[in-house]
Design a protein around this ligand. Structure first.
Ligand code: ADE
Length: 254
């Protein structure tokens, strides 16, 4: 019996290109201006698509992957800004929880995040974010335990070349590129996020509706501070490959 395909989303060409010849394209289909490539990634039936940036693009593409291709799980590979001071450029975060940090209510200049869809007025949220099945995360992290990514260059590492860390934790999503140490520290302390990006929790929200698993893998292109736009441009090429290699390593577990 043939298995349903995986859906694999990247936001930008610099992220998708790292799958290179590992992805054998069989056909392509344009829907709503997005190009969906059907083929095999390391032998696994996969629909690969570049969504563009932001939560709405991510939600539309995830919905189309479900409605047109009946995917059995949705994966994302790309870059993020680091929030946890313990992590550096090039490190990789596998999301075990995805939170939309920009959905909520602002009072006295402070935004309190709520679960998407909740009325964010005087209504404590019991649930915040979308969790990945713990057994799946355990399996993935066990597989990655001895997995070594290429070294991070001295420039990206901010001194000496080093081996990237691969960890799992909360990833935050919002329709904003974070380039501010104050905002970064608030996001890290307030929501315990390890990394921030612009698509993951929107994918999670749609996958949750369809009751299919989702895996979001992010390598850090920058550390979300004032230097982040420069670092993003400088290190995007070098770092985006780390997430793609991690995804290829775990593809058979999903
Ligand atoms: N993706 C990569 N870096 C990011 C940042 N600093 N903020 C949001 N998304 C990002």
């Amino acid at each position: 019996m043939s298995q349903k395909p995986l859906g694999l989303i990247c936001a930008i060409p610099n992220e998708i290109q790292h799958f290179g010849s590992a992805f054998e394209k069989e056909s392509e289909q344009d829907i709503a201006g997005f190009c969906f490539y059907s083929g095999k990634l390391d032998g696994v039936e996969t629909i690969l698509v570049e969504a563009g940036m932001g939560k709405v693009n991510a939600a539309v593409v995830t919905t189309l992957l479900m409605e047109h291709f009946n995917c059995r799980a949705i994966l994302f590979s790309g870059v993020a800004g680091g929030l946890d001071p313990e992590l550096g450029v090039g490190d990789v975060v596998v999301g075990n929880k995805l939170i939309q940090h920009d959905y909520g209510m602002t009072v006295g200049e402070k935004l309190t995040a709520y679960q998407p869809g909740h009325l964010p007025i005087h209504m404590p949220t019991e649930k915040l974010g979308y969790e990945v099945n713990a057994a799946l995360i355990d399996k993935i992290m066990a597989e990655l335990k001895d997995f070594e990514l290429p070294e991070i260059s001295a420039e990206a590492a901010g001194g000496t070349k080093r081996q990237p860390v691969i960890t799992s934790g909360t990833i935050l999503t919002g329709d904003q590129f974070i380039g501010c140490t104050v905002a970064r520290d608030q996001l890290h302390k307030g929501l315990s996020g390890l990394a921030v990006e612009m698509e993951g929790a929107a994918i999670a929200q749609v996958a949750d509706r369809y009751q299919v698993p989702f895996i979001i893998i992010r390598s850090l292109s920058d550390l979300a501070g004032e230097e982040s736009t420069m670092d993003f441009i400088k290190f995007l090429e070098e770092t985006a490959g780390g997430a793609a290699l991690v995804l290829r390593r775990i593809i058979n577990l999903v």
